[in-house]
Design a protein around this ligand. Structure first.
Ligand code: AN0
Ligand code: CP
Length: 317
């Protein structure tokens, strides 16, 4: 594998999950792959899980790791071509990227959607420039439209916990105080649509995701109806995608918060969230602390999804 930005890059999902379970059972078996290889992780946005799990995955593989928080200590970067750089930005991304590439073998990039210009976000301008100009394999640590390492970890988690061949998986919108990207729900939908699960998306009117991500999923605007018989409840907030409200908050209605009464409509479903989560906005204390909450094993699987991706990239170097 050269680059990893979406579900297609990982190939058949049954093989990817099989490899993930092998790696999980024997995570130090591939140390030779990373010897004298350097991973550079570049963060344009905050992170707890991605930063720690990806570094751990790289260490499991015997790699060295360099982390750069672009907004803390590096020069402020210009990303647009043709700009007269007489403002506060001291360096252009077009020099910074090949320079960073010259110090490492593999690059991970986190660059969220700006939520101001839909076309720019959905073109994936930042990560695509890394792919084009770094000279290195590049993987997404959450880009503007997708968070594939998260979705892969979510898939591994569902495969570990499911008790039915074809579980009902419900992704529900839930309220949040600030505007969040569509990357996590887009990506989760993309990966769920690549399985044969019964996949349902529920959200208030106005929160429709891009059609290419909704794909064959069923959309149900009545959250309670959507949750009936669910085996997995995947909660997430996102901002509006549809024009003219791109990137806007249309509702903070806590009637959409996942609580015990909603979970009682399901078939004793497991509760999932990518984290970080706002308690009593997205989900009540009771639900996230319940024995059906699998948010911690879900986060732990981030180490595994990252390790499979890094392992495949190292095998192709
Ligand atoms: C981010 C998001 O919704 O994309 C990262 C989630 C992994 N969440 C927040 O900014 C709270
Ligand atoms: N789920 C996730 O990507 O978490 P971080 O934003 O903390 O990395």
């Amino acid at each position: 594998m050269r680059n990893f930005t979406n579900v297609k890059d990982i190939g058949p999902l049954d093989l990817a999950v099989k490899e993930a379970l092998e790696v999980k059972a024997n995570r130090f078996a591939y140390q030779h792959l990373g010897k004298n290889k350097t991973l550079m992780m570049i963060f344009f946005n905050s992170s707890l899980r991605t930063r720690l799990s990806t570094q751990k995955a790289a260490m499991n593989l015997g790699m060295n790791v360099i982390v750069l928080d672009v907004n803390q200590g590096a020069w402020k970067l210009e990303t647009e071509r043709g700009v007269i750089m007489d403002g506060d930005k001291a360096e252009h991304l077009l020099e910074a990227i090949p320079v960073m590439g010259s110090y490492c073998d593999v690059i991970g990039v986190r660059a969220f959607a700006g939520l101001k210009n839909k076309a720019e976000d959905y073109e994936e301008r930042v990560i695509n420039q890394f792919i084009r100009y770094s000279g290195r394999p590049v993987f997404s640590m959450e880009a503007a439209t997708r968070h594939p390492l998260q979705s892969f970890a979510d898939l591994i988690t569902i495969e570990e916990f499911k008790t039915k061949e074809r579980p009902k998986v419900v992704m529900t919108w839930a309220p949040h105080p600030s505007a969040l990207p569509q990357a996590v729900p887009n990506s989760f939908a993309e990966w769920m649509n690549a399985t044969d699960y019964d996949f349902v998306i529920t959200h208030p009117h106005g929160y429709e995701l891009a059609p290419e991500f909704v794909g064959k999923a069923r959309v149900e605007y009545d959250q309670r109806k959507a949750l009936e018989g669910a085996d997995f409840v995947y909660a997430k907030n996102w901002s509006a995608f549809a024009d003219p409200n791109y990137g806007k908050i249309l509702s903070k209605d806590r009637d959409w918060t996942v609580d015990t009464e909603k979970m009682a409509l399901t078939d004793n479903a497991f509760f999932m969230h990518c984290l970080p989560v706002r308690r009593n906005m997205i989900v009540t204390d009771d639900v996230i602390e319940s024995e059906r909450s699998i948010v911690i094993p879900e986060a732990a699987n981030r180490e595994i999804s990252a390790q499979v991706v890094l392992k495949r990239i190292l095998e192709s170097l």
